[in-house]
Ligand binder design. Structure first.
Ligand code: FAD
Length: 493
């Protein structure tokens, strides 16, 4: 049992995006009677990557009472409407699809009309071989490169739209620090040197700023995993046999278009892929690669050829895909990179952190700060399930026919989880259903819903046209008429 009824102090280790969001959640969950302190080391610094989000970022802004305009100004944010995938199937110049967050056109979402567990409008698009980006109204904004002002005004007039942000990661950590300190969170500059334990519980930390005692700890120490990984020894479950990427070379470029693009670009490269993330002042880019397939000199040569200029890396990052077996262990919660990471594709890391934090905060509040062992086990299971969902969703992106380099052949041949293989067999006969995704839910939320699975699954060939067409044939005569009318306007668009 985790008894925090008389807790006086919570300490967060780490001042990256995860640490500061965790501090905000601890303040939110425990209320003013509990002191929240964050210790971080400027000497170690933060990873400084992580500049794309998904729509649950807006839920976090609301939850912690953060004003959108102030956040956007302070973090050089731009609006993100989805992701553009270039070259993930054939690698040809016209090989492109969009994974948009929005499912809305006019007043109607693709999800408003459901029949027998599927969505006739998206099934119709797939049955005609048309990409799902054809439906949402935001696609027109993307195509004509609308300005940020125009898009923000448009989003304000369309409250059902889902959108997210691109931002400067270092500015985000600074901004969140200001927000947390304004809510009474104390910050200590110092490097944690030793974790003091008593009967399996963490009781204190020794740091070069002195000794810190607390009732509850958050390990947001990034890839160092100072408490959960090193002191508690929670086992690490690797996804390296499934996902091959293990390094990234980030760099910056000036903007090239009149307005910042509204999508993150995920450009398939010879031995991985490249992200291009537009913030207000620059393009933040990075080649994520497999060290088994290319070295840094090869990466730089390929980037030079792609951009037609010299590329100056701003960092060199190494990582391993996987997650902790349990992120809530004893009196410690691990979040952010300390809890797990897959790779940057689809911007899942901050999103998972935010879902996990609110799940934990709700659990603490709902249990009056006394959490039973069975709830802890369930919490850990669901957090792991959400990682499994991310893993399976990403596997679908790599389930490709592209085979022009060793990397793409190896990525497609890499181990697929039995869960993903089973879903793919189901998708061969019918489109994804909510029941397929429920096993991935965490705290009642599912990170990528049916439209996301349909968009990527159809684009990559995991969902064949036939599967979508077959289920349409089972519609009633009335539904067929309704579909016919809607199809006319979709065909014309
Ligand atoms: C290449 C790459 C691209 C990514 N792109 C995205 C993306 O587009 N979208 C997304 O959502 N996520 C992305 N991520 C993940 C994202 O970077 C992280 O989720 C996010 O930055 C949070 O990191 P963090 O706070 O867990 O760790 P960090 O930023 O590394 O912070 C760790 C903190 O712990 C402190 N610390 C460590 N050891 C000690 C110690 N001994 N004593 C005191 N303090 C200590 C450090 O000083 C630092 O403050 C990406 C990651 C990588 C590697």
């Amino acid at each position: 049992m985790l008894d925090l009824a008389n807790a006086k102090r919570v300490v967060v280790v780490g001042g990256g995006t995860a640490g500061w969001f965790a501090a905000l959640e601890m303040r939110h969950a425990f209320g003013p009677q509990v002191e929240v302190t964050l210790i971080e080391s400027e000497q170690i610094g933060i990873i400084g990557a992580g500049e794309g989000s998904i729509p649950n970022f807006n839920l976090a802004l609301q939850r912690y009472g953060i004003d959108r305009e102030r956040f956007m100004a302070a973090t050089q944010s731009t609006v993100k409407l989805g992701v553009r995938f270039d070259g993930w199937r054939t690698g040809a110049a016209d090989d492109r699809y969009h994974h948009l967050f929005s499912t809305v056109r006019g007043d109607t979402s693709l999800l408003d009309w459901a029949e027998q567990g599927f969505y006739p409008l998206s099934s119709w698009l797939m049955s005609e071989g048309l990409p799902l980006e054809r439906y949402p109204a935001v696609q027109a904004l993307v195509e004509r490169g609308a300005s940020q002002q125009e898009v923000l005004a448009w989003l304000d007039m369309h409250p059902r739209e889902a959108y997210a942000y691109h931002f400067d990661a270092r500015a985000l950590a600074r901004f969140l620090r200001g927000e947390a300190e304004a809510r009474g969170v104390k910050r200590i500059e110092g490097r944690v040197k030793q974790v003091v334990m008593d009967a399996g519980r963490v009781t204190a930390l020794e740091s070069d700023a002195g000794r810190l005692e607390a009732d509850f700890w958050v390990d947001a120490s990034g890839l160092a995993r100072v408490i959960a990984g090193k002191a508690l020894g929670v086992p690490w479950e690797s996804f390296a046999q499934n996902l091959l990427l293990d390094a990234a070379l980030p760099f910056m470029l000036p903007h090239r278009d009149a307005h910042p693009p509204l999508l993150t670009m995920s450009h398939a490269m010879k031995s991985g892929w490249m992200w291009v993330i537009p913030t207000q002042g620059r393009l933040g880019c990075g080649y994520v690669y497999s060290t088994a397939h290319i070295d840094e000199a090869g990466v730089l040569a390929e980037l030079r050829a792609h951009w037609g200029c010299e590329i100056e890396p701003v960092n060199r990052l190494r990582f391993g895909a996987g997650r902790l077996a349990r992120c809530l262990e004893s009196n410690v919660l691990a979040v952010g990179l300390a809890a797990g990471f897959v790779e940057p594709l689809e911007a899942t890391s901050i999103a998972h952190t935010l879902y996990q934090l609110s799940f934990f905060g709700n659990l603490v509040q709902d249990t009056h700060h006394v959490v039973a062992e069975s709830s802890i086990a369930q919490f850990n299971r669901e957090v792991s399930n959400a990682w499994d969902g991310i893993l399976d969703f990403l596997l679908m992106h790599y389930d490709t026919v592209r085979s022009d380099t060793a990397f793409w052949r190896d990525a497609a041949a890499a181990a697929q989880t039995p869960r993903y293989r089973d879903l793919k067999r189901a998708f061969a006969t019918r489109t994804p259903r909510l029941a397929d995704l429920v096993p991935y839910q965490m705290g009642g939320t599912i990170m990528f819903g049916i439209p996301s699975w349909e968009t990527v699954g159809f684009a990559m060939g995991a969902i064949p046209r036939d599967a979508a067409a077959r289920q349409l044939r089972g519609l009633s005569a009335g539904a067929q008429l309704r579909l016919h009318a809607a199809a006319e306007s979709l065909r014309a668009a």
